[in-house]
Design a protein around this ligand. Structure first.
Ligand code: ATP
Length: 238
């Protein structure tokens, strides 16, 4: 299967801290790949390095076969890579509708934007009910949904989600993962970063386990759910 994103030997330093130590990974077209691992393992840094929000000290990043290692964040986004960052970074003083349209700001195809808005609101019915409400008045979970929905409005080829389930009540966590599967069904390729390893492995086609800046295990989501080391260390199952 065709690879959408390919990372070769990525290295990132924060001053003297060697945060990413030669990570290589691949995300295949139409699939969900996930990065799991403990706090501080380097998951967010990897996403930020892909989008050039942090400086790489080495490595190569290919998107749809083209070298994007040294492109600006703006150029990377305009190629179709969207990062939904950790922690509800929506615009609190804009309405839900305006927040969603911010996601489509670089698009000109009004008809398709309308169609995508409708699809997005079908995925997130709660947002449809609150289109005129200010983003800041939504509950935490709804703001998280809005951040993902806004990402979708840019019609990404690769959607990167950083901890979309963080801080959500269990029912909402379930809903978020169902929505992630729905998004994949529409053909969007997804790179998912999660601390909720169990939920992430259940939806992921392929998974990478990160420990202190290195990939220590990689396999299909299904096989990692049955991997004894992963079960002990990340799923709390002896
Ligand atoms: P989390 O789930 O907490 O976001 P993570 O797996 O995403 O964890 P990173 O945030 O990527 O991990 O952090 C990787 C390492 O880099 C950690 O040791 C962290 O302390 C360090 N680090 C991250 N950001 C910075 C920064 N801006 N300056 C210095 N060190 C940083």
């Amino acid at each position: 299967m065709q690879s959408v994103l390919s990372i070769e030997n990525l290295n990132v330093h924060y001053g003297s801290i060697h945060a990413i130590k030669g990570i290589s990974l691949e995300v295949k077209k139409g699939q969900i790949a996930t990065l799991i691992g403990a706090n501080g393992a380097g998951k967010t840094t990897t996403l930020n390095a892909i989008t050039n929000l942090v400086k790489k000290s080495g490595g190569k990043i290919l998107f749809e076969g083209e070298d994007i290692t040294n492109l600006s964040t703006h150029e990377i986004v305009s190629r179709g890579i969207v990062l939904v960052p950790e922690g509800r970074k929506i615009f609190p003083n804009l309405t839900v509708y305006e927040n969603l349209m911010m996601g489509a700001y670089s698009r000109r195809d009004q008809e398709k934007i309308k169609k995508d808005l409708n699809w997005t609101l079908t995925l997130f019915p709660r947002l449809r009910e609150r289109l005129k409400q200010l983003g800041g008045t939504l509950s935490g979970g709804e703001q998280q949904m809005l951040a993902v929905a806004r990402g979708l409005m840019s019609k990404p080829k690769l959607l990167m989600l950083d901890e979309p389930s963080l801080g959500l009540a269990p029912l909402l966590v379930k809903e978020v993962f169902q929505i992630i599967e729905e998004i994949r069904k529409e053909g969007v390729t997804i790179l998912l970063v999660e601390q909720n390893a169990f939920a992430a492995l259940k939806v992921a086609d392929y998974a990478y386990v990160l420990e202190t800046g290195k990939v220590v295990i990689q396999d299909s989501g299904k096989d990692l759910l049955n991997n004894d080391d992963v079960r002990k260390a990340y799923l709390g199952i002896a």
